[in-house]
Design a protein around this ligand. Structure first.
Ligand code: MLT
Length: 386
């Protein structure tokens, strides 16, 4: 008899598959109390690593020796430049849609210009090229002009930073923030919406680029990746309403008033976590280390405390603690990138690494190499005469 992992009752229907075990994830896991682990390593262990080291860990499932990581980085470097045709096609796209939609379209275009119809090759090519794709999408949408020549030898996120034409940027400071943000967003277990959607689409044997484009549409929604943009707007509003020097009492009153009107307190709660998101804890630390006197940082720190206190009073809320989105955009703004409509693209730029590796596992390695079958869950018929 096989072990019963989850009992499905009528109450478990229409709950967003919450907690249903559906497969294996080789890249990362999320524990409700301990948070995110990359291949068995807590994020607090890897947050200062170079992106290439972390990508190596997620890709191979073990920590690479320096010479192994260097060979891997060299391979990515060779793959990094996008074809001119791809870049020019992205630059012809209309600019009046959300940059996440442009990013998804850019990934579909990449299938045509870069695709090899091999999940493994396409994955390595995509993670090597995605900094240039994302930088082109942002520069184009923002009207910041042509994307600079890719220089992958500078380092994964250093190259991304130099390609992005952010006005008046301190390149070093930006690269530091982007790198930190990037490694903390590579993956979040197998069941987050974008990873699940990407794998589901790939299970129909859509190629890696198309599956990733679908995954990015899943990430674009405000309940998932766009939450980082919305959180920044929310903290901005709090600063506008209360000023820079708000007290805990003032903020608590305002938050209670928001809740009484049925409004959301952005950046709190998570489907799996039951503690402060360890990614948020690391981001709070770094943000405080470099930008403690920034008005948004002060408000975000106050909200961290007051928001949890207020939400803990509500017994219906199972996770009253801040998640990664509560602070990630604040770090980017404080570091000189106040352009919140691009925050979800930055999330996507990172998440491509984890989702893509999960797709490669399901397509090429799962079930002794046979791969997982097409996703096809059961729905019960329900009469619904309106
Ligand atoms: C994520 O990083 O994907 C989010 O925290 C959402 C999730 O894990 O479900």
């Amino acid at each position: 008899m096989s072990e019963v992992l989850f009992e499905i009752t009528k109450e478990s229907l229409e709950t967003g598959l919450r907690g249903y075990p559906v497969g294996y994830c080789t890249t990362s896991s999320v524990d409700p109390v301990k948070g995110l682990f990359y291949a068995g390593h807590p994020v607090s262990e890897i947050d200062q690593w170079e992106p290439e080291q972390v990508i190596y860990l997620l890709y191979h499932g073990y920590v690479g020796k320096p010479e192994e990581v260097s060979r891997f980085s060299q391979d990515l470097l060779i793959r990094a430049n996008c074809s001119t045709a791809l870049i020019e096609s992205i630059e012809k796209l209309p600019r009046n849609i959300h940059p996440m939609k442009l990013f998804s379209i850019a990934l579909l275009l990449a299938s045509g210009f870069e695709g090899k119809n091999d999940y493994h090759e396409d994955y390595l090519n995509l993670i090597a090229k995605v900094p240039e794709i994302a930088a082109t999408v942002i520069n184009h949408h923002a009207g910041w002009g042509k994307t600079k020549q890719s220089q992958p030898q500078l380092g994964y996120m250093e190259n991304f930073t130099q390609m992005l034409n952010v006005p008046d940027a301190n390149q070093q400071e930006l690269a530091r923030a982007f790198k930190f943000f990037n490694v903390l967003h590579y993956d979040h277990g197998g069941g987050n919406l974008s990873a699940f959607v990407g794998k589901a689409v790939a299970s129909g044997l859509e190629d890696l680029y198309g599956s990733m484009s679908a995954a990015m549409c899943a990430l674009a929604g405000p309940r998932h990746g766009k939450a980082n943009q919305d959180c920044l707007t929310f903290v901005h509003q709090l600063v506008e309403e209360l000023g820079e020097h708000s007290t805990e009492e003032e903020l608590e009153r305002l938050i209670r008033a928001h809740l009484d009107k049925g409004e959301l307190i952005f950046g709190f709660g998570h489907a799996v976590l039951r503690v402060e998101d360890p990614r948020a804890t690391l981001l709070y630390e770094v943000t405080n280390q470099y930008y403690a006197s920034h008005a948004l940082v002060k408000m975000a720190q106050l909200l961290r405390k007051v928001g949890s206190k207020v939400l803990q009073n509500n017994p219906k809320i199972s996770d009253p603690y801040p998640n990664v989105d509560a602070i990630s955009g604040i770090l980017l703004t404080a570091a000189g990138f106040p352009c919140s409509e691009y925050y979800t693209v930055l999330f996507g730029l990172a998440r491509v690494v984890g989702i893509g590796r999960q797709i490669v596992y399901e397509r090429k390695e799962a079930r002794e190499g046979k791969g997982t079958p097409i996703v096809r869950p059961k729905y019960f018929f329900k009469e619904n005469k309106q």
